[in-house]
Design a protein around this ligand. Sequence first.
Ligand code: NAP
Length: 246
Amino acid sequence: MTLQGKVALVTGASRGIGRAIALGLAAEGARIAINYVSRPDAAAEVRQTLQAMGSDGLPVQADVAVATDVARMVAQVLEHYGHIDVLVHNAALHRGRRVQRLPEADWDTVLNSCLKGAYHCCQHVVPHMSARRSGRIITISSFVGLIGWPGDTAYGAAKAGLIGFTRSLAKEVAAYGITANVVVPGYIPTDMTAALTPKNVDDMLGLIPLGRAGTPEEVAEVVTFLATRAAYVTGAVYVVDGGLSL
Ligand code: NAP
């Protein structure tokens, strides 16, 4: 197990893709700080599943959009586990409307969780990783950040921004033995996509060359690779979308 003795902080680990990432990293031996914002029940379920695997999890509530929450979360994880070796910024939420009907509050909510959340997490985790001269940072973007989507100006801006953020970060932290990479999921049925109509889903599937939706575990597989074996990979953008963005 390549992450034996290591600790991973996964934001938005209580459900969906983040949950699968937490389980994937735990299967490699990591102990997991399970960040959530509003669903302690879901975070507790992930912890129980980790314990059943023989691993360990620490649910940590924090809104990644709020700097003081993130500062408290990182301090809590460091106090409990002593170190953070892997940071996965996966937390996000979606608010979709055409730009002329998109309330400014929705724009701010999306940008603050997806993009500013990465800045908050890195502000607090990078000094710790730099001092230890080692670390792996992975951010979760979206195919929408690559190809755009109607109704997704805020989400698309945030997810494209994450790519620029992570590639700049990779150059900043490389000298400290830290890598930073982006994973770009395609259409992955989760709570986030539950509002899509059957027609939306059919249209989406019709755009995917591999002809099917992806699974949270298929995204997690690539995150695990980046967190473990990918020692000479930094600033890279791994697209896990069945060809949707081609
Ligand atoms: P999801 O099922 O809606 O789960 C979202 C997770 O993020 C939950 O754990 C939620 O916590 C947490 N969260 C939301 N806002 C937060 C905040 N401000 N602070 C801390 N945690 C927060 O979403 P998902 O589909 O798994 O998406 C995971 C990531 O993949 C996101 O970055 C998303 O943009 C990206 N993505 C998803 C798809 C897709 O098709 N599903 C496609 C491309 C990219 P609570 O449980 O406490 O609410």
